[in-house]
Design a binder for this molecule. Structure first.
Ligand SMILES: Nc1ncnc2c1ncn2[C@@H]1O[C@H](COP(=O)(O)OP(=O)(O)O)[C@@H](O)[C@H]1O
Ligand SMILES: [Mg+2]
Length: 243
């Protein structure tokens, strides 16, 4: 469960996120969409406790992120658009390292199936420099999933993956949501979001334009038309791609 109330994020005098409130329940996958610069990454970083919010409250799995960041972070995983890895640790060593940080016991039993699910098991002894961009992303995802987070934030997780990788990533996300995880996902690949997300939140210049189930948000901008795509809804809601 994610509960956000009155989230504001300022960078100096510039307000990147304005009074944002929303809730995501276990089993839901929320698609965070909006033009470049709308504040998606900023919002996700605040929710993951990577940067401090200027104002507002954030609860992750019932824990207040500001009051008890360690407890909140134990339940969450953040997957950035650019994976950050350690140049001199192999794939297997990354997982061992993350397991120690999060106190994951018998991590090999969890790591091996994860590497297989993400199809990088054959790269277990390679260094990041020997991996393709998509494989690096998969390694970062394996590291994030190791402590079995109940709340997951994905910032553009599908960029850089091949079509099969995208399909697998979608399946991984859906599998975890069905098992009760709470997921927020930002992406510009709107046709893919339509297949993965139960809910959508449209941001523009740091402000929430709409949120709700895909059907609710579509109905709001469909003007009575049937089968309007999320892409068309996005364009109607945000008035083009300029921010
Ligand atoms: N560290 C930062 N310092 C100052 N401004 C920033 C910083 N990070 C992002 N911004 C600004 O905040 C706005 C939202 O950025 P971002 O959250 O990255 O948007 P999105 O992910 O939706 O493209 C943009 O105008 C961006 O230039
Ligand atoms: Mg971004």
């Amino acid at each position: 469960m994610i509960e956000v109330t009155g989230l504001i994020k300022r960078y100096g005098a510039f307000t990147a996120v304005k009074e944002l409130s929303f809730t995501v329940r276990p089993g839901e996958v929320l698609g965070l969409v909006g033009p470049n610069g709308a504040g998606k990454t900023t919002t996700l970083r605040c929710l993951a406790g990577i940067i401090p919010a200027t104002a507002g409250t954030i609860h992750i799995a019932g824990q207040d992120l500001t009051a008890d960041p360690v407890a909140a972070k134990r339940s969450l995983a953040f997957f950035p658009d650019e994976p950050r890895l350690f140049d001199y640790l192999t794939v297997r060593q990354h997982l061992a390292f993350v397991a120690r940080i999060y106190g994951v016991a018998h991590h090999e039993d969890i790591a091996q199936p994860l590497l297989e699910e993400l199809e990088i098991a054959d790269k277990a002894d390679q260094l990041p420099g020997e991996l393709s961009r998509g494989m690096k992303q998969k390694l970062a995802i394996a590291c994030g999933l190791l402590h079995a987070p109940s709340v997951m934030f994905f910032d553009e997780p599908l960029t850089g993956l091949d079509p099969l990788g995208i399909r697998r990533m979608k399946d991984s996300i859906l599998k975890r949501a069905r098992a009760g995880a709470t997921v927020v996902l930002s992406s510009h690949l709107l046709h893919l979001l339509e297949e993965v997300c139960s809910h959508v939140l449209i941001l523009k210049k740091g402000e929430k334009i709409a949120d709700g189930t895909l059907a609710d948000v579509s109905a709001r901008f469909a003007n009575g038309e049937a089968n309007v795509s999320l892409e068309e809804i996005f364009i109607r809601a945000t008035g083009g791609t300029e921010s």
